[in-house]
Design a protein around this ligand. Structure first.
Ligand code: CP
Ligand code: NVA
Length: 306
């Protein structure tokens, strides 16, 4: 069993390769019900952005472990009236066993983690989406049997999901190629961190050319062109990102057995066509389901469920 007792997960780089491997193994066993774990703990969900998958998958995972969940929507707490993060963190620390936070700035998450002694999980920030990428790796492992040396091609915006994919691929020995328009590359510090984490199994390519990124790839991945908080830029981004759409042409350049992933929600006709997301290569529904299994493994490991 993975031993993440009491740990925070603020970035995917908070885990090492062995811990990722153990979490995926534990998630696989929980999914097949070879493993049943219980813990009588309370999870708080403090989400400043919308969420369907993350909110529901964390909640169901915690209920299935025998725990409880409190939805701490900022609009029904004093957070929306300006109570400082430092104060909220120290108070929630006294009530809860673990806290999952979805917010804008990674720095805010880090302040929470500094002021709260309980474990804090990144449920998405502008910088990273580590729980998503753990589920993505589980989905890829289920499809290909193993992870090392596969090539993932991410085409689109160099956003939070792209950043966590860089770290995730480096940790498991996968190649990653990211194609974005100029000026929309992933975070430079994350690229450097992924390069530092990578061993000789992983090659990292950041390019402006979606065809180069996609050629022969085993996994084709995309996400929205404007993330939460960037809605005002959405229409300006549309023509810039058009050549980065995952469509039948791009898919035809990938390996014939390639799978297509999208963290969802998807904007059909923008970053991905309806044909491709509904087509035989798409694994997006398994990918969404796997959020629940991997987060159950994560909660169980951090909380010491038995
Ligand atoms: N993929 C993902 O995090 O979805 P939600 O925004 O619905 O949680
Ligand atoms: N990049 C997207 C992911 C949503 C799950 C966003 O941050 O809005």
């Amino acid at each position: 069993m993975a031993a993440l007792s009491g740990r925070d997960l603020l970035s995917l780089a908070d885990l090492n390769s062995q811990e990722v491997e153990q979490l995926l193994q534990m998630a696989t066993q929980l999914k097949s019900r070879q493993l049943e774990l219980r813990c009588n703990k309370v999870l708080g969900l403090l989400f400043s952005k919308a969420s369907t998958r993350t909110r529901v998958s964390f909640s169901v995972a915690m209920y299935q472990l025998g725990g409880q969940v409190i939805d701490l929507n900022p609009h029904v707490t004093q957070v929306s009236r300006g109570e400082p993060v430092q104060d909220t963190a120290r108070v929630l620390d006294r009530y809860l066993d673990i806290l999952a936070i979805r917010t804008f700035a990674q720095e805010e998450l880090e302040i929470f983690a500094n002021y709260a002694k309980i474990p804090v999980i990144n449920a998405l920030t502008d910088l990273e989406h580590p729980c998503q990428v753990l589920a993505d790796l589980l989905t890829i492992q289920e499809n290909f049997g193993s992870l090392a040396k596969l090539t993932l091609s991410y085409v689109g915006d160099g956003n939070n999901v792209a950043n966590s994919l860089l770290l995730g691929c480096a940790l498991v020995g996968m190649n990653i190629r990211i194609a974005t328009p100029k000026g929309f590359e992933p975070n430079a510090a994350i690229i450097a961190k992924a390069q530092a984490l990578a061993d000789d199994r992983t090659q990292i390519l950041i390019t402006g050319d979606p065809e180069i990124a996609t050629k022969g790839a085993n996994i084709l991945y995309t996400d929205v062109w404007a993330s939460m908080g960037q809605e005002a830029q959405a229409s300006d981004r549309m023509p810039i990102f058009q050549p980065y759409q995952i469509n039948e042409h791009l898919l035809s350049l990938a390996d014939p057995e390639a799978i297509v992933l999208h963290c969802l929600p998807a904007h059909r006709g923008e970053e991905i066509t309806d044909d491709v997301i509904e087509g035989s290569h798409s694994r997006v529904w398994d990918q969404a389901e796997n959020r629940m299994h991997v987060q159950k493994a994560l909660l169980a490991s951090i909380l010491g469920a038995e």
